[in-house]
Design a protein around this ligand. Structure first.
Ligand code: BG6
Length: 487
């Protein structure tokens, strides 16, 4: 039986985010964003998933704190100054594409400014030029946990409808400026993250919303992001007619803990934490199941009259997802060992191994999930994040034998290939963190995803030199053979 392979122009590459690589957080007119005030999590706490939800005072204190070493996303891996060297290495691996984000605050330092910051636009102009020079197609995320902090402090983040207008202005500005350089766009990174992290996803602060109103505030913020996303889709289609724009979610697959009907129902409900978001952006309306959920939880979403039309008329061209692990759902009274995870914790799945950070590794789950998305939307899919965060050991001669990383990626790519044979229309695959970068959840450096090693420790010490791990040559071969040779 012959297995259908990846399409000829499959978009192989890697994905990074401005706030985790660029550094230079206050250079050339950039305003601070919500990630610049997030403190590092020290090793003893690394397996506790405690995502930040600061108060106004805490954010102000962090802004006044100039000890940048405690805030690793301020310095990143100095991609801002070293991107040419890094892109040359991506090119050497054969990358067809690189997913990056634009840091909103480089373009509009406060988020609500009327005029863009030319120095910020110029940086991305240069970056995209360099990518094209090396034959690498950029895929650009408009918002990857980089909402300007001023919008959190002054407006209550995405709870405030005004952010829709600010985002629209920002999106239109970068579409117009980069229309000849960027054809592939993504609106919000992991838009469903807001359910687990209102600060990172929704940019509102703990003291701005009463505890009992947090769920309401999350859904109101999500609504504003849906409208902002749809308006960006509209602007993109008008400005770059041959461009494509997608939505992006944390691709989570929820297994039922047992065959008990209540566990199965629980899994369905948890699965909707992912599908609700893609349903709105790919089908253009709120799904019926949310009416009951909103009624049961006393949630009333304020909408403008035109919102329904805007959502319906501006569907995304493709659905993008991150995929790192799967999760287990059970009746609330179920007891059992829990494990950490990508933004959320879960019951332990006895059939799966976990990473050094406790994330449950499940390549087969990726095939299942891709099939579920395809059944639901019949749209092209794009795996824009996947990878293994692991400790690496540098040998005396400088080499790094990261067989564990290759094993993780190999199995996921194999299952993606199966999914393609199942009928999934897969546009591409961008491995997360092709170069070591600052971790999103813990801001550590020792949680490494890269094919390229960066000499920097958790305290910001090191030469920042780049070097090739064994996986560098392996991924090079994977791309060269369009995913046929995974050994
Ligand atoms: C995703 C994010 O949630 O997971 C990335 O979009 C992030 O920004 C990635 O880096 C891996 O998470 P972490 O916490 O291991 O860096």
């Amino acid at each position: 039986m012959s297995i259908k392979g990846f399409r000829e122009n499959f978009m192989w590459g890697g994905a990074i985010a401005a706030n985790q690589v660029e550094g230079s957080y206050d250079k050339d007119g950039k305003g601070p964003n919500i990630s610049d005030v997030v403190k590092v999590v020290r090793p003893e706490d690394r397996k506790k998933m405690k995502l930040p939800f600061p108060t106004t005072e805490e954010v102000k204190e962090a802004l006044a704190n100039k000890n940048d070493k405690d805030y690793p996303k301020r310095y990143g891996i100095d991609f801002y100054n070293r991107y040419k060297e890094d892109i040359a290495l991506f090119k050497e691996m054969g990358f067809k594409t690189l997913r990056v984000s634009i840091s909103w605050g480089r373009i509009f330092p406060n988020g609500d400014d009327l005029e863009p910051n030319e120095a910020g636009l110029k940086f991305y102009d240069d970056l995209f030029n360099e990518l094209h020079k090396q034959g690498i197609e950029p895929v650009v995320t408009l918002s990857h946990y980089e909402t300007p902090v001023h919008l959190a402090l002054e407006y209550g983040g995405w709870t405030n409808r005004k952010l829709v207008d600010f985002f629209e202005r920002y999106a239109q500005t970068v579409f117009t400026r980069f229309k000849d350089k960027v054809k592939y766009w993504i609106t919000f990174n992991e838009i469903n993250a807001i359910m687990m992290s209102p600060y990172i996803g929704g940019a509102f602060l703990r003291d701005q919303v009463k505890d009992e109103d947090i769920l309401q505030a999350k859904f109101q913020s999500a609504h504003h992001q849906f409208v902002a996303s749809a308006k960006a889709v509209k602007a993109l289609h008008e400005t770059i007619p041959d461009g494509q724009i997608g939505c992006m979610v944390i691709g989570m697959l929820n297994y039922a803990n047992t065959t008990h009907p209540e566990d199965v129902l629980e899994a369905l409900n948890d699965q909707r934490n992912t599908f609700f978001f893609t349903d709105v952006m790919a089908r253009g309306h709120y799904p019926a199941y949310m009416t009951r959920f909103f009624d049961d939880n006393g949630i009333v979403i304020e909408k403008d009259e035109s919102d329904e039309k805007v959502l319906q008329e501006n569907l995304v061209d493709y659905v993008a997802l991150s995929y790192y692990m799967s999760s287990v759902s059970a009746r609330p009274e179920t007891e059992g060992e829990r494990v950490a995870g990508n933004i959320m914790s879960s019951l332990k799945n006895p059939y799966l191994e976990a990473s050094d950070w406790g994330w449950q590794i499940d390549p087969k789950g990726l095939r299942t999930l891709l099939n579920m998305f395809t059944d639901r939307y019949e749209k092209p899919l794009f795996v824009v994040e996947n990878g293994l965060g692991a400790f690496d050991k540098v040998e005396e001669d400088g080499s790094i034998h990261d067989e564990y990383r290759m094993a993780y990626l190999r199995e996921h790519i194999r299952e993606m290939r199966e999914a393609v044979a199942d009928g999934v229309d897969l546009m591409g695959y961008t491995a997360w963190g092709p170069i070591d970068l600052i971790s999103f959840s813990t801001s550590e450096m020792s949680k490494r995803y890269g094919f390229i090693y960066v000499d920097q420790d958790d305290y910001g010490n090191g030469t920042l030199d780049r070097s090739r791990k064994d996986s560098f040559y392996w991924y090079q071969k994977v791309i060269e053979t369009n995913g046929r040779d995974l050994d």
